[in-house]
Design a protein around this ligand. Structure first.
Ligand SMILES: Nc1ncnc2c1ncn2[C@@H]1O[C@H](COP(=O)(O)OP(=O)(O)OP(=O)(O)O)[C@@H](O)[C@H]1O
Length: 233
């Protein structure tokens, strides 16, 4: 999909400025930047939750907006899980919303996020990491081809982080495309093909996730990050 010269104005604030982005099928992209850079807003535009104030969005050839929405798996910081249902029932509920009934599919994603053992326990008894993993399973249960993840590693312990990293790497090998919002350049470099640095609503640098790209990217990120801290203080 492609964004051309996309701007987003919210309450008179320029949240996104002249965004140009070409997201190729099978590609994994990291969106990196300090707090308030516009990463979540860009993800919301990609998900169609927010309509840009100006600019163009081109969906993949032959795909309507409806099909685009159906092909998306979305993980936002809110987990959107029902505490009073079990892990399994949550996934069954979300699968039905997409008009699908596939017990084997549910069993498979539960295994991928290593929650099979606790699938029949109430979500209210899950730890934060388990809930986060279930929310990732929820986003995968209708077999999306594009995946949007807003800081999915936030607050996870090492074991849950590893499970999610392995899952993303496996899915990427199978051709899944994803956009991952992160504050952590080193981490994003492990998981993505390309990284975009956002600052004050603009994309200010784009690098392939190579060793040479890493130095350029982290140098500019550090400089802008300090500038941002200075602005806040
Ligand atoms: N509804 C809104 N009205 C006005 N400003 C908004 C609105 N939503 C977001 N913003 C502003 O837009 C800017 C970008 O916000 P966004 O949440 O996209 O940043 P972010 O890079 O995801 O930040 P973080 O890392 O803190 O999640 C921020 O300055 C935020 O205050």
């Amino acid at each position: 999909m492609e964004l051309k010269n996309v701007n987003l104005l919210m309450n008179e604030k320029n949240v996104l400025r002249s965004i140009n982005l070409h997201w190729r099928q099978g590609e994994s992209i990291a969106l990196i930047g300090a707090n308030g850079a516009g990463k979540s807003s860009l993800l919301k535009v990609l998900s169609t939750l927010v309509k840009p104030s100006s600019g163009n969005i081109k969906y993949p050839v032959g795909i309507s907006i409806r099909q685009w929405k159906e092909s998306l798996g979305i993980v936002f910081p809110e987990t959107f899980l029902y505490d009073g249902l079990t892990g399994y029932e949550n996934l069954q509920f979300y699968q039905k919303l997409y008009g699908k009934v596939d017990k084997d599919g549910i069993a498979q994603v539960l295994e991928q996020v290593e929650l099979s053992q606790v699938q029949h326990e109430l979500v209210s008894s899950y730890s934060k990491g388990m809930k986060q993993r279930l929310s990732i399973a929820r986003a995968l249960v209708h077999y999306p081809t594009y995946f949007l993840l807003d800081e999915p590693f936030d607050g996870l312990d090492l074991a849950s982080k590893k499970i999610l990293e392995d899952l993303l790497q496996q899915m990427h090998k199978k051709g899944m495309s994803y956009v991952l919002v992160s504050h952590d350049t080193e981490h994003a470099w492990k998981l993505c093909d390309r990284a975009l640095l956002m600052h004050k609503g603009s994309i200010v640098l784009e690098e392939k996730c190579t060793r040479e790209g890493y130095l350029r990217f982290s140098n500019l990120y550090n400089t802008l990050f300090k500038e941002n801290q200075h602005d806040i203080s």
